[in-house]
Design a protein around this ligand. Sequence first.
Ligand SMILES: Cc1ncc(COP(=O)(O)O)c(C=O)c1O
Length: 400
Amino acid sequence: MRKVSFSPPDITEKEIQAVTDVLRSGWITTGPVTQRFEEELARFLGVSRVVCMNSATAGMEMVLRLWGIGPGDEVITTPLTFAATLNVILHVGAKPVLVDIEPGTYHIHPSLVAKAITKRTKAILAVDYGGWSADYERLLELASASRGYFRPKRNTPQEWLGRILVMADAAHSLGATYKGKRVGAVADVSVFSFHAVKNLTTAEGGCVTWSDKLQAYDERIEKGLRLLMLHGQNKTAREKYEGGGWYYAIELPGYKCNLTDIASAIGLSQLGRYESMLARRKAYTQRYNQAFANHPLVKIPFHPPWEGEPSYHLYPLRVPPGWRDPLLKHLALAGIQANVHFIPLYSHPAYRSLGYTAKDFPVTQAFYEGEISLPLSSSHTPEDIETVIDVLTTIVSQGI
Ligand SMILES: Cc1ncc(COP(=O)(O)O)c(C=O)c1O
């Protein structure tokens, strides 16, 4: 039996050599390799600056903190996401406001966002589910409409923007495009993940970037994030290490979430061949689409109606009601590791106190009940994909 795992990391000798080089170099934490990784990411995304951190979770939390968002503020987001998106809102003490997704898409519904906006709303945190960009133009229009009544907290980036912040949880969407631009250059701020199962990995890692609307504040945003992510120290470890640089000041009681050069070495190697990794994901997605497009029972992923290309992070197949669990079980017995994205946030015990139930989110709930994510990685072979198609069509044709 050929086993197919869900999303094995795509690691070649290049990554192994790059990590070995860093290990031998005498400098293993944040330093020159991370700096190069940030510069290359900025070039790839078409943005002026990128700040790497040790996860997307940390990236989103540092942005909320830099923006001065906290108790008394509200952040609107989606229930169709991983816990990280919600946890960061809770960590800073703000109130998460969940709204349902838009039918035919995987994304927060702009009309429901409009209804959920109050004078306390400080951010909209959209999620690029599966690598499909959210509809940022509509979300940015809603944010712009808040200019008249938005009351920014003083001495924070809220003042510079003068309106609600639109942040992309772009954990899945590195390399995706939206209306001719790469995700990263569209929302006010975007945060990517380099976790082990993501398209491009550093084992654990992530980065923050922002659009050119904030270009005048590049220096201040970058400095603010770098202070927050390293204990509020006004010098990096490297600057302290270099000749006579021992003195430093702690400017604020910050956090600790920097990315190491060991991790960045993996990321840099991956970025060097990322276009070909994306092309492979696209080819596998097209093969799945071809196999299932005319199937009488299962449905291929929908493509949101706005212009853009995804990063092909997930392949969310839609299956008839009641089929999800038995299908996952049969696939597992046949050696195929499929998955579900996501268990909606309102179902988790940790968030019961927010007071939401499945009835509040009919579109998310229906999607959740009929979704399975098929194996998809640039390290799969075409034979892996054919195995998944054969096994799945056989199971489905025999009936659940
Ligand atoms: C939608 C989404 N947001 C955020 C995260 C968190 O990413 P990280 O593990 O890099 O913190 C994940 C990770 O799985 C995710 O799927």
